[in-house]
Ligand binder design. Sequence first.
Ligand code: NAG
Ligand code: NAG
Ligand code: NAG
Ligand code: NAG
Ligand code: NAG
Ligand code: NAG
Ligand code: NAG
Ligand code: NAG
Length: 633
Amino acid sequence: MLLLLLGVLLVLDAAPRHSHAHYTSGDVVYHTLPHFWTGVGFCPAGEINHGGISATLESTAMQLNLRQIAALPVGAITHIRIHWLLELVEFLEYSTEGVPRYEFEKFDKFVDLLQELHLSPVVEFMANPGHVFTANPERNWFLWEHFVKTIINHQIARHGAARLSNWRFETWNEPDLRNYNRINFTAESYLEYVQAVRRGLSKAGGRRKSKRQQQLYRALRGPAGLFKSEERHPLCWQLLDVCNQELAKCPIDILTYHRKGLDGSATEILNGSLVLLSNIYQDYPQLQHLPVANDEADPIAGWSTPRDFQADVRYAATLMSTVMLHWHAKLAGGVMSQLESISHDNAFLSYHPYEFSQRTLLAHFRMNETQPAHSQFVQKPVYAALGMLAKLGTRAADLELVNMDSKHSVQVLRTISGNGIAQYMATIFLSPEQAGPQLTAYHHKYTLNMSIANESAFITELLVPYSTDPVHVWQLSGSPAYPNATLREAMRRTQTPRLYETGPIWQYNSELVVNSASLPLPWVMLLRVCSAAWPKLKRPQQLEIVEVTHREVFISWSEQARSTQCLKSYEVWFRERAASDWQLISKGWHLPYPSFQYAPGLNASVNGFYKVRGVDVFNESSAFSQIVEYLEL
Ligand SMILES: *[C@@H]1O[C@H](CO)[C@@H](O)[C@H](O)[C@H]1NC(C)=O
Ligand SMILES: *[C@@H]1O[C@H](CO)[C@@H](O)[C@H](O)[C@H]1NC(C)=O
Ligand SMILES: *[C@@H]1O[C@H](CO)[C@@H](O)[C@H](O)[C@H]1NC(C)=O
Ligand SMILES: *[C@@H]1O[C@H](CO)[C@@H](O)[C@H](O)[C@H]1NC(C)=O
Ligand SMILES: *[C@@H]1O[C@H](CO)[C@@H](O)[C@H](O)[C@H]1NC(C)=O
Ligand SMILES: *[C@@H]1O[C@H](CO)[C@@H](O)[C@H](O)[C@H]1NC(C)=O
Ligand SMILES: *[C@@H]1O[C@H](CO)[C@@H](O)[C@H](O)[C@H]1NC(C)=O
Ligand SMILES: *[C@@H]1O[C@H](CO)[C@@H](O)[C@H](O)[C@H]1NC(C)=O
């Protein structure tokens, strides 16, 4: 038996207590694991009208924010839910019959960008272009149906129905709240609206009743409600009542709601859902047949309120824990068994002086001192966490708990993909979420049987306080509003998971021993094991280079699905002229995600040719991407 001893034993003052947890992969039962956590969302800043929402979504800061979000491993984020997205549609005029005509230019441009970034929108039918709906309250039944149908038909005409196959459609966000209910829905007009949206979705795409057409049934999600008391949120509760009376006539197909934690913990997020769904099913038992989704499964309400934990590894650990606890609850077969998805409302742009501490995936620095001003982004540990989750396999065991002491345990999620000799295993170890950051006096060892094949290789990566906390680097330098190039590079060197250990496994029955005594809490470890027969890395696609500022570029590329599980790191190569030698400009960087920010300094140029390749855990390289030339204007 080969023992791979990972981690250095830390000698502590107090005599460490030892605890060991042993696993064998003997009788683990694996279940199909849908990757149900791949949605993010945000509300654009600015005025809520065509001009305001267009300006926000078209800004270079927002476009780079989206580009960064899309530069996670393939499958990490599939959907993005943006409030007021349909304000991008512009009202032109009424026809002589009183039918509105709309202009789609800005909407088209934006969804084309999302398409290029491999992100699908969650289209919330929530807008009031040209005040069409408030100006004609008695005709809303028609106007909403027409609006929905027109949007969908327009997209089908441009790109075909396939373009829409991954899109999600949802009713008005939190319609009971004054700041969202800007068109003054009443109980009656709200129901009329939901029914009209449903009809619009069904009628779009023409009346051809072919088999294929029927398969294109578009599910409607809703009511995206907070579901506090019935007095405070009558519209959403009323819709449930209507659906419960006759499910066949219910306009929504997936019941969406919002439950956040109370104190920043993952347990409370799940608990909120359990309590809400139990209440709903008690009063409206028919609804147990509908899939459910928590659109805003965040640790605590108020995205813009700065909170220290949101800046560092603690938020990453909480998001991981949220996903793992929801998986456990879904498997348990209770009220969460119909869980379709959860989404994280954390795709916002943070602002000064809360660059790191708002609920966002990225720290956003608005560099006002440059001419013109520009935006710099640093990936937070929670961003890295979503990338790690993307590496999970297609089947997972139930969550396992390993006790550290009477109050704390390490959560372990084992997943696998493949069969026979072509196998892949990915396991997450997650320390207690609330205990850190601190070192523990406990000496923990987690032993995992890594056997999947006689010839394989493994890699472990870590998120851990300080060493994968860009905010820590920033704070050590006095938290400047405009971090200089040296500091930005230092932060970015800590923004990806830390490569902990990697190597070959030559023997069947190899064991991994994780010794966590030297790791401050909270930490997350991802272990991946690949058999030699697992599909090889494919060449990176769609290499794109965009300007950040003068002499600085953001380079990203896309990954081919089902070929990057065994990726160790990417390499980015550059040459200034066709005749010069290629240089490895990512030397010394661990780049497990498909992006790299290149800032060679004032003396050097970013103009030239770029190419990228991946290196896998067997130290084999993929083919290079296509070569792309970049020229600053
Ligand atoms: C490890 O797992 C393999 C495959 O399931 C099994 O045959 C072997 O006995 C296990 N080894 C240990 C030490 O538990
Ligand atoms: C909605 O109602 C509020 C208060 O009742 C009122 O001030 C506002 O003008 C109404 N808005 C529209 C668009 O009718
Ligand atoms: C779950 O939430 C309910 C209602 O918010 C609360 O009364 C209960 O104490 C919570 N349970 C746990 C275990 O946190
Ligand atoms: C691994 O197993 C295969 C099939 O059983 C065998 O052909 C191969 O020689 C083994 N490799 C090693 C290194 O033992
Ligand atoms: C960059 O900023 C850091 C921290 O604010 C500072 O220590 C360093 O001297 C600066 N470097 C340059 C080249 O200005
Ligand atoms: C940069 O300018 C914007 C717009 O004027 C302002 O909101 C922001 O606070 C400024 N940023 C810093 C770091 O001062
Ligand atoms: C790949 O290379 C690294 C660094 O040289 C080495 O530590 C590791 O064992 C190698 N992996 C394999 C599978 O040979
Ligand atoms: C800057 O470029 C000049 C000319 O190419 C070169 O001589 C010099 O060494 C460079 N300086 C630095 C700091 O790289």
